[in-house]
Design a protein around this ligand. Structure first.
Ligand code: SAH
Length: 255
């Protein structure tokens, strides 16, 4: 029997129109669609009627479907000759274990392709009016995970090195470690007055942004009931948020 194929497709940060033309084509031709919790589920409506939809949505610290099983699902359907679309939030290779899935697919001898997506680490900030770089404020950006792997006792992030850089720091999966993160950055010399933004549900219609400084962001997050999914942004570019938040401007002009 002819073997199928797996497409690892980036769905973008949330606003469904941020998926690529190629990514949408993949969905329209999918026999099986395997998707995550953070993928905007409205995208599923573009799949053909016969398409089987498999929700492998993960919570941040417990995994309803273990990664090994997700890998098996992708490989098994492909071996049945199906077009399998693995729809992942943002860009498939920015965290979220896309690389691990690709490795497994290749090792099992299945043909695959990757369709990049708009990562929340850049596009999510954009929707909050925060340019990730700016000639006056940041000439680099650094995207890190704030999540400590359960099997690794040591913090994998070199906060000391990050604290010494002028660039924008974008932290994914960091909400539950916000206190540790802000403490580390201050401890290693980042100014306590450095602006911080937290962008929740970026680019969705329930997007919410809170701002503060390294010094007070833990308190602000508590008061404003910050919850994942969220992007933590540390750096001077956060100062542009109010001025450039076009989603807010659009809401005001249509109100
Ligand atoms: N591959 C994805 C990231 C997956 S890791 C990408 O490129 O965007 C999951 C983390 O991404 C979440 O914990 C959160 O920190 C961040 N994230 C993804 N989408 C988001 C959104 N719409 N709003 C805020 N944070 C988001």
């Amino acid at each position: 029997m002819m073997s199928g194929k797996v497409w690892l497709v980036g769905a973008g940060p949330g606003d469904i129109s941020l998926i690529t033309v190629k990514g949408l084509d993949c969905i329209k031709n999918a026999d099986v669609l395997v998707y995550d919790r953070l993928v905007n589920h409205e995208l599923l409506n573009y799949a053909p009627a016969h398409c089987e939809k498999v929700n492998v949505g993960k919570e941040s610290d417990h995994h309803p479907i273990p990664q090994i099983q997700i890998n098996q699902i992708l490989v098994e359907y492909a071996k049945q000759g199906k077009n399998v679309v693995r729809l992942k939030s943002g860009d498939p290779y920015v965290f979220g274990r896309g690389g691990e899935e690709a490795q497994e697919i290749v090792e099992q001898g299945v043909v695959f392709e990757v369709v990049p997506g708009v990562t929340s680490a850049i596009g999510g900030l954009t929707y909050a009016g925060i340019p990730v770089t700016h000639r006056d404020y940041a000439s680099s950006f650094h995207v890190v995970t704030g999540h400590l792997r359960a099997d690794k006792a040591k913090d994998p992030i070199n906060w000391q090195a990050l604290a010494q850089l002028e660039g924008t720091i974008v932290i994914l999966m960091g909400v539950s470690n916000l206190e540790h993160i802000s403490n580390e950055l201050i401890r290693y010399g980042k100014a306590a007055t450095t602006p911080v933004a937290i962008v929740m549900w970026a680019s969705r219609n329930n997007q919410r942004v809170v701002t503060g400084t390294l010094q007070n962001i833990v308190q602000v997050a508590k008061e404003q009931q910050v919850k994942p999914p969220a992007l933590i942004v540390v750096g001077e570019v956060v100062r542009l948020h109010k001025l450039l938040d076009f989603t807010q401007l659009l809401a005001e002009t249509t109100a």
